[in-house]
Design a protein around this ligand. Structure first.
Ligand SMILES: Cc1cc2nc3c(=O)[nH]c(=O)nc-3n(C[C@H](O)[C@H](O)[C@H](O)COP(=O)(O)OP(=O)(O)OC[C@H]3O[C@@H](n4cnc5c(N)ncnc54)[C@H](O)[C@@H]3O)c2cc1C
Length: 437
């Protein structure tokens, strides 16, 4: 789908935009520097964090963003800050994909990811309603109990700050019905994602990064040996270029769109819960994400509304079916909330790889891309920024990059997989209903 159809700079219907506390930033003036050490394309968490940490290392950096900062997934997500890979991906899976040294480093970044985010929020006084009360991965079925237990065992052996919870512990801590056990990491939590995007942009700008909003990069050309980003009549010459466009990747670089599978997701926000309801529902204000294939997760916002969502099934009235899915899901966890009303609905896109791990693509000797943060980018897309900055400032060899390294190879049958990804939601719901996930 064309970028213009996915992007909505007005953020219409997005709850986080109605409750944002950080101001929008001033876009850099037209007479910005003609030549940068690094031009980053995409003003989400990944682009902003990489820009910020590269500027801290002394590089002259520009960010070129098609809409406004945070208009992509970074301003539209659920705000869960999670110290785990997607699904039941375990440290050993990561090591088998990218090797022991780089795999262990990526695991460290993931398990410390929430601390990176919450420390950054505290140090820079980013007003994003951050709450760090812990995150739980509970098991909703016998099959998932085995998977969740294996994930826990591996993190424990890795040295992460994790605790096993039995059935009654999960119930006491979440108030949710039906879970058979689970594990907890106390460093997880949640934020207002749009506020965090804007706050990160403020910090990057104060560090000297030039941020150009409403400036869509259309191509990357070569001029006297250096790449030049062409963006709506402007030219940004650079020593290096990083494409950080994730689920909003367009035809900017031939073939790049086919290295990931786009996923269209929705979120909903309920009316505020009463004080009585809050005593029983998520009493410690922590958050959880289970392994249901059609999405099982819940958190509060600052005003004690519940935030939930899932994948968009693009048939019929998507808003209505999204809200009714959220109502059914929330009343499954908390039967006393049956009939709860949701008054916000919005959508966004993220990008998956086949391993559920992000991938670093070498497009040319000085042009790179990092894509595939899946549904775990709130912590990881930011926490990977310092690593990318080390590489881009030539303080780390490519072989040490703690990500899968590719060269713009398409995912086999990417078109078919993207199509199935869009239309599989009812099948995934059925698998969940029959405890097959
Ligand atoms: C509805 C939803 C809920 C989610 N919930 C969670 C969650 O609770 N927890 C979690 O960890 N993750 C979640 N995610 C995933 C997470 O939001 C993403 O992984 C993360 O935001 C990716 O950050 P990013 O910077 O790589 O990409 P994005 O934030 O998507 O930024 C990419 C940017 O690139 C820009 N762009 C694209 N093309 C161009 C161009 N040609 N020129 C200039 N700019 C361009 C876009 O405008 C966009 O701003 C969710 C995602 C969605 C969609």
């Amino acid at each position: 789908m064309a970028l213009d159809r996915r992007l909505d700079p007005t953020m219409s219907g997005v709850f986080w935009s109605d409750t944002v506390k950080e101001s929008s930033i001033d876009t850099a003036p037209d007479d910005g520097m003609a030549r940068y050490d690094l031009v980053v394309i995409g003003g989400g968490y990944c682009g902003l964090s990489t820009a910020l940490h590269s500027a801290k290392r002394g590089l002259r950096v520009a960010v070129v963003e098609a809409g406004r900062v945070g208009n992509g997934a970074s301003g539209r997500n659920g705000g869960f800050v999670v110290p785990q890979f997607p699904k039941n991906v375990k440290p050993s899976d990561v090591v088998s994909h990218i090797g022991k040294k780089r795999g262990d480093r990526l695991c460290e970044i993931v398990t410390n990811g929430p601390s990176h985010v919450f420390d950054q929020v505290r140090q820079n006084q980013i007003a994003c309603d951050a709450e760090q009360n812990g995150w739980i991965q509970p098991a909703h079925s016998e099959a998932s109990l085995e998977k969740v237990r294996a994930v826990y065992e591996e993190w424990k052996a890795f040295g992460a700050d994790v605790t096993w919870l039995d059935r009654s512990d999960v119930h006491d801590q979440t108030g949710a019905a039906g879970y058979l056990g689970g594990w907890k990491n106390p460093t997880g939590g949640y934020i207002n994602p749009y506020s965090l995007s804007r706050g990160l942009a403020r910090v990057a700008r104060n560090q000297g990064v030039d941020i150009f909003e409403d400036t869509r990069a259309e191509s990357i050309e070569r001029e006297s040996e250096h790449p030049v980003v062409i963006a709506q009549g402007r030219r940004f010459a650079a020593s290096k270029v990083l494409v950080a466009t994730n689920g909003y990747t367009d035809g900017l670089w031939p073939g790049l769109q086919r290295t990931v599978i786009p996923l269209r997701l929705f979120h909903t926000v309920s009316r505020p819960l009463t004080p009585d309801q809050q005593e029983k529902v998520l009493p410690g204000r922590l958050c959880f994400t289970d392994l249901r294939k059609s999405g099982g997760f819940c958190r509060y916002d600052e005003g004690s509304r519940l935030v939930s969502g899932g994948a968009v099934f693009p048939v019929g009235d998507v808003r209505r079916s999204g809200m009714s899915h959220a109502e059914a899901r929330v009343s499954l966890y908390f039967p006393q909330l049956k009939g709860i009303e949701f008054d916000y609905y919005w959508e966004g896109y993220c990008a998956l790889t086949e391993t559920y791990l992000p991938s670093f693509q070498v497009l040319d000797r000085d042009v790179f891309a990092v894509l595939g943060f899946s549904t775990r980018g709130v912590a990881l897309a930011q926490a990977i920024g310092p690593e990318l900055a080390r590489f881009l400032s030539e303080d780390m060899a490519l072989d040490d990059m703690p990500l899968h390294i590719g060269e713009n190879q398409p995912i086999p049958r990417q078109g078919l997989k993207s199509f199935l990804g869009q239309y599989a939601f009812p099948v995934l719901k059925a698998l969940d209903r029959f405890d097959l996930s």
